[in-house]
Design a protein around this ligand. Structure first.
Ligand code: ZN
Length: 130
């Protein structure tokens, strides 16, 4: 069901990339929003590698968003942007940290269903928040 997404580069990001786990049924614009929220929350991150369910989706560089989306610049503000508050009716996205209790690998997620936690990429153990 998962089709190659247009917003991501194929493969994994360069060393130091932040790994973001997303549901496998997600629209391109939701992927872009989620990645943007990660860059906003993690100023140190230069790239985000996205997994769609159990599938590697691809990666985005911070510079990709800065170059491609002039109307929504990352981590910059211009006149009229206010304090960055979310517009009414828009679901806020704030990435959460999920950790593998077995190997300690850390991931970011934008939603977390405790009844069905995403698996660790390395060993398949269900992740826990925090
Ligand atoms: Zn693990």
């Amino acid at each position: 069901m998962t089709e190659p997404t247009k917003v991501l580069h194929p493969g994994t990001g360069p060393a130091g990339t932040v790994e973001l786990l997303l549901p496998d049924m997600i629209a391109d614009y939701d992927i872009a929003d989620s990645v943007e929220s990660v860059f906003a929350a993690r100023p140190d991150a230069e790239s985000v590698t996205v997994y769609l369910g159990a599938t590697l989706g691809g990666y985005l560089l911070r510079t990709d968003l800065e170059a491609a989306d002039d109307s929504h610049p990352v981590n910059t503000k211009s006149y009229g942007d206010g304090d960055g508050a979310i517009l009414p009716g828009t679901a806020p996205i704030s990435p959460l940290t999920a950790t593998c209790p077995q190997c300690g690998a850390g991931y970011l997620v934008v939603s977390f269903d405790a009844a069905e936690p995403p698996p660790c990429r390395l060993d398949g153990v269900s992740l826990v928040l925090g």
